[in-house]
Design a protein around this ligand. Structure first.
Ligand SMILES: [Ca+2]
Length: 203
């Protein structure tokens, strides 16, 4: 009947794609998140009611979208308040971040992102686990320290990355130009870095 997807479906679709990415890239050990559940309450039927469209992966309970990341656990294992999930929800989608990084590599060469993330970012980020893994870490890491820990960045590389973020935050686009960012890319790069800063990356 209805051909267009209701707005309320965007969230669960996003979460599902996030979960699929996690499963693919093994970013979250789901068994660790679910394994400690002592008392799974009775499972409801597979399909959630449209008013409670989010299904807790652990107990199958259905909750309303407004209870995701609202500060109080509603899934019995607290999955709806998982910090990585809630950080990712504020950030640009992983796919968007990955294609952004990919576009910088495509236009500047496979070692270009060394200028941002340091020597482990050569060869299209492969020493860091690849573009998708870095995109997931940017999405899920609450702070730049968490990001450095997730990817085992060297302290000096992390401090360099922080200085790039701080320059952008202070409106110093000369820093980006000195890294070889083209004028045509400045807007996108600035927008991307600011989006991270505005969601607590430098806190
Ligand atoms: Ca909640």
């Amino acid at each position: 009947m209805s051909s267009s997807m209701p707005k309320t479906m965007i969230w669960p679709t996003f979460i599902i794609s996030l979960l699929l990415l996690h499963a693919t890239a093994n970013a979250i050990d789901l068994s660790r998140l679910y394994g400690h559940m002592a008392n799974p309450i009775q499972k409801r039927s597979d399909a959630c009611h449209p008013y409670e469209p989010f299904k807790c992966p652990g107990d199958g309970n259905c909750i309303s979208i407004q209870y995701l990341c609202d500060g109080a656990p509603d899934c019995s294992d607290g999955y709806d308040e998982d910090m990585r999930l809630c950080t990712a929800a504020k950030r640009p989608p992983v796919e968007e971040t990955a294609s952004f990084l990919q576009s910088l590599i495509a236009s500047h060469g496979p070692n270009y992102l060394e200028k941002l993330f340091g020597s482990k970012a050569r060869d299209a980020l492969s020493p860091l686990g690849g573009v998708e893994k870095v995109a997931i870490a940017l999405s899920e890491s609450q702070t730049i320290e968490d990001f450095g820990a997730a990817l085992h960045l060297m302290r000096s590389d992390l401090e360099h990355l922080r200085s790039v973020f701080m320059a952008v935050e202070n409106g110093d686009l000369g820093m980006l130009k000195s890294l070889g960012i083209k004028d045509s890319e400045l807007g996108d790069v600035k927008f991307f870095l600011e989006k991270l800063v505005n969601t607590g990356f430098l806190d």
